[in-house]
Design a protein. Structure first.
Length: 353
């Protein structure tokens, strides 16, 4: 099992009144990436976010990944995720081929359908069938990555055959499919022979075990498509901070993580398709929900604790069938705390390999 580092989009809290200093956030990302590279972590993942409090510094995965590619030497550079319905497949193939060349063949990306209605101001016509379009575009993206020509409509309305440039270093694009928990998405990932990028939060161990089983079965039954092998690859995101002991870890992470969870709930309520109960949550109810989620998460699924506590959790995830843990580090801790936790976590890399 591999250990990777994931950014997921924490930012300055909206209720402080202070303007966020985004240049400092990018400095933090580059510092953490260089440190993870030196410490032997497998990959660094960054998301795609638009127009929300959560994740203000992540609107363009390929742009940020280009910076990470030249700032690091060996660590894999991953997008977790690229929202496929917001972008033309040719644009994705060309942008990421540039990053693949800059990194000398270290990139990979997880495809997501997107979920927040506001994101689709970038492509409003793609919102309703975003899931179908994502699954349809994955084979096309593989075709373009392999250097095969494809037919599209040009500015005059005529069909034209084009071939994307530049050519990437990797002959095959490493692909995952992002799932927020829907079992059908896990099965679709298996059928397409992509990896699957999921999360421990919001799911029980038994629920994850069932989804991983469905995914493995679908992978084994699917034909070769230039993707993963018949076993597949399961990557799970987990909030991570390895403290000097359990008490320190929980003391330092409690308020930042609950603040992050409250911010995420507010983002969900702003979605046009949010159910009525979620949309009508009060601030008090949101705070109670975040408190409950924090304590539930401490019981299973997080890497928040001492090295020994996290070692046991990692062993459980490996037994569950996880191939890679993407350690989510940017949920509100300061740079020095993140780096200290990263150094402690690095001591476990060989244990879980």
């Amino acid at each position: 099992m591999d250990l990777s580092v994931m950014f997921f989009g924490a930012d300055s809290p909206a209720d402080t009144g202070a303007a966020p200093r985004h240049s400092e956030a990018y400095d933090d990302i580059l510092t953490v990436a260089r440190t993870a590279d030196r410490l032997g972590f497998h990959a660094i993942w960054t998301p795609e976010r638009h127009f929300q409090q959560v994740g203000q510094v992540f609107p363009s995965p390929p742009v940020l990944s280009a910076a990470l590619a030249v700032a690091t030497e060996r660590i894999n550079i991953r997008a977790g995720s690229v929202i496929l319905p917001l972008h033309h497949p040719l644009r994705i193939a060309e942008d990421w081929a540039v990053v693949d060349n800059l990194s000398h063949g270290r990139i990979g990306l997880s495809a997501a359908t997107g979920w927040h209605s506001a994101d689709f101001v970038l492509a409003p016509g793609n919102y309703e069938d975003r899931r179908e379009q994502t699954l349809r575009d994955i084979p096309l993206l593989r075709q373009l990555w392999a250097g095969e020509a494809a037919e599209f409509t040009d500015g005059t309305g005529a069909s034209v055959t084009v071939r994307p440039q530049p050519r990437p270093v990797q002959d095959t694009l490493p692909l995952w499919l992002t799932s927020s928990g829907n079992p059908a998405t896990w099965e679709a990932a298996g059928g397409l022979r992509t990896g699957v990028l999921g999360a421990t939060v919001g799911q029980s161990r038994d629920e994850l075990a069932e989804k991983i089983g469905r995914y493995r079965d679908a992978c084994a039954a699917a034909p070769d498509q230039g993707g993963t092998d018949a076993h597949g690859r399961v990557t799970l995101m987990a909030h991570t901070f390895v403290g000097a002991d359990d008490e320190e870890a929980r003391r330092l992470t409690a308020e930042p993580l609950k603040r992050y969870l409250r911010s995420y709930v507010r983002q969900t309520t702003a979605n046009r398709t949010a159910d009525r109960a979620t949309a009508e949550l009060t601030e008090e109810q949101t705070a109670l929900l975040a408190e409950f989620a924090f304590h539930r998460y401490l019981s299973w699924g997080s890497l928040l604790g001492s090295a020994e506590t996290c070692r046991k959790m990692l062993a459980d995830l490996r037994e569950l069938g996880c191939d890679e843990v993407a350690c989510f580090v940017d949920f509100g801790l300061g740079r020095e705390e993140v780096l200290a936790g990263l150094h402690r976590l690095a001591e476990l890399v060989e244990d879980v390999a």
